[in-house]
Ligand binder design. Structure first.
Ligand code: 9D3
Length: 242
């Protein structure tokens, strides 16, 4: 799989390419990441990527031309028409998008190519979302200064699902089990502990030390459910607004 990141801050992604799961997968040739500096696709002397909003108001808006020129270079005019067939998706990261979730990560991990456009300033000319991008995605209900952290997060979530990327293939297996086995409700994981069994008065639950595997399984299910009820009741199957 190939990722293309379009940004005015290409340096933002440097660390990502050097460290972590994404870096290792890339080094192993499991996937390719290309970072594109939007300024390289401007025509003017000042390499302008933003402009004042029509209708007035605060802040600046990202211009469509450099983004179009970059997509044109990456995909070509013909490619943009038959994106669905070619297995390519163009995603705009913006505060106005649908909130990213695991099902999208799973879908996108099946693509040949994922193009991520990181927005900046007060927003992006709406014609990008309307005509150039396939989807407009947000990282969540909080305000970022731009789409770069959101793009990094999408890259990590999708990248780790690619075959052979995860160090331990069993982890990916367990993950899909826990998400689908319990009546479709992808609740929170159970708590984990490791040595020492007692640290400064803080103990590990006795059941985990005793070695009764049936009891451990029951305890883990119960704890996962309790924790989901307490911290993420919205994930429970019977939650309202589902
Ligand atoms: C007047 C309201 N604006 C700012 C307070 C709206 C606004 C414009 C631009 C809010 C954020 C941004 C920049 N953010 C992103 O480009 C962005 C984002 C986000 O803010 N939250 C979650 N996901 C994303 S993806 C891109």
């Amino acid at each position: 799989m190939r990722f293309d990141l379009i940004t005015i801050f290409p340096e933002y992604f440097r660390g990502l390419l050097e460290f972590g799961v994404v870096a290792r997968a890339r080094a192993q040739g499991k996937f390719e990441i290309a970072i594109h500096d939007l300024r390289a696709f401007t025509e003017d002397r000042h390499q302008t990527t933003d402009d004042r909003p029509y209708g007035g108001g605060e802040g600046m808006v990202m211009k469509i031309e450099p983004i179009y020129a970059c997509l044109e270079r990456l995909l070509g005019a013909a490619e943009r028409e038959k994106r669905t067939i070619s297995g390519t998706r163009v995603v705009l990261l913006s505060a106005q998008g649908r909130v990213f979730h695991q099902a999208m990560a799973r879908q996108w991990s099946q693509l040949e190519r994922l193009v991520l456009i990181a927005g900046r300033y007060e927003g992006v000319d709406e014609r990008v979302a309307e005509y150039l991008a396939d989807e407009e995605i947000s990282a969540g209900d909080f305000v970022l200064s731009g789409g770069e952290p959101a793009a990094a997060l999408v890259l990590d979530a999708v990248g780790r699902l690619l075959p052979g990327v995860l160090g331990d293939p069993q982890s990916a297996l367990n993950e899909s089990f826990s998400a689908e086995a319990e009546g479709g409700g992808a609740g929170l994981d159970c708590p984990h502990y490791t040595r020492p069994p007692l640290f400064r008065g803080m103990s590990v639950p006795e059941v985990l030390l005793a070695g009764n595997h049936a009891a451990i399984r029951d305890w883990r299910l119960r704890k996962a459910r309790e924790k989901t009820e307490r911290l993420r009741p919205d994930l429970l199957p019977e939650a309202p607004c589902h």
